[in-house]
Design a protein around this ligand. Structure first.
Ligand code: ADP
Ligand code: 5GP
Length: 201
């Protein structure tokens, strides 16, 4: 059986990662979303245990000391982390797992799991990025300016990923990510067992 894909998607805040991942997950029921833990406050409509596990700083530190994270990072003044949650066992069972995490976390995971699929999502332009974060209406002016200031540096780190997808329209971005996953599943390195034919002519 083929091992599942560890799919890691990053991109500057407001690029559309959440929106694109939601559509991708709706279209691909075989892909499981890794729910992160965070110390940031829930946005309106966000549910504990669905978008994130919302923890306070002391709970987050306890999870760190108990070795519960594959990776964690401080992003915009809050902690975010990927729970280990038997990821390796699930991949070995053939489950695909999607992580939507920041660039620091993604590079840490890449060092541990180089066979993962690292996809960087870009906005069509910085103007469009700004208008998407503003349009989402979730950030106060301070948080908005912090996210925008960080965006250019974050985008440069995207050069270290395997794939880049421009989120011009959601449908295009989702179609490109599906194509990447199809190609990844066809890699010889992931299909060595298919070459083992019994017998001969
Ligand atoms: P991120 O998770 O990267 O911070 P979101 O998914 O929250 O970004 O998207 C930010 C805003 O941009 C949301 O209001 C969302 O509806 C909008 N958005 C996402 N993708 C697109 C797109 N392709 N075209 C136009 N608006 C988009
Ligand atoms: P937001 O607050 O907009 O939901 O997310 C802010 C940033 O934190 C985004 O770049 C998002 O990808 C990142 N993030 C979400 N979960 C994790 C995680 O588990 N680990 C890391 N390192 N970053 C995360």
């Amino acid at each position: 059986m083929q091992k599942g894909l560890l799919i890691v998607i990053s991109g500057a805040s407001g690029t559309g990662k959440g929106t694109v991942c939601k559509k991708l997950l709706a279209d691909l029921p075989e892909v499981a979303y890794s729910i992160s833990a965070t110390t940031r406050n829930p946005r309106s409509g966000e549910v504990d245990g669905r978008e994130y596990y919302f923890l306070n700083v002391s709970e987050f530190k306890t999870w760190i000391s108990e070795g519960k994270f594959l990776e964690y990072a401080e992003v915009y003044g809050n902690f975010y982390g990927t729970p280990l949650n038997k990821i390796e066992e699930r991949l070995n069972r053939g489950e695909d797992i999607l992580l939507e995490i920041d660039v620091q976390g993604a590079l840490n995971v890449k060092r541990k799991c180089p066979e993962g699929v690292y996809i960087f999502l870009l906005p069509p332009s910085l103007e469009e990025l700004k208008s998407r974060i503003e349009g989402r209406g979730t950030e106060n002016p301070e948080s908005l300016s912090r996210r925008l200031k960080n965006a250019v540096a974050e985008i440069k780190i995207g050069l270290q990923y395997d794939y880049v997808v421009v989120n011009d329209t959601i449908d295009n971005a989702v179609a490109q990510i599906k194509a990447i996953l199809t190609a990844e599943r066809c890699k010889v390195a992931r299909n060595a067992d298919k070459f083992e034919f019994e017998g001969g002519f």
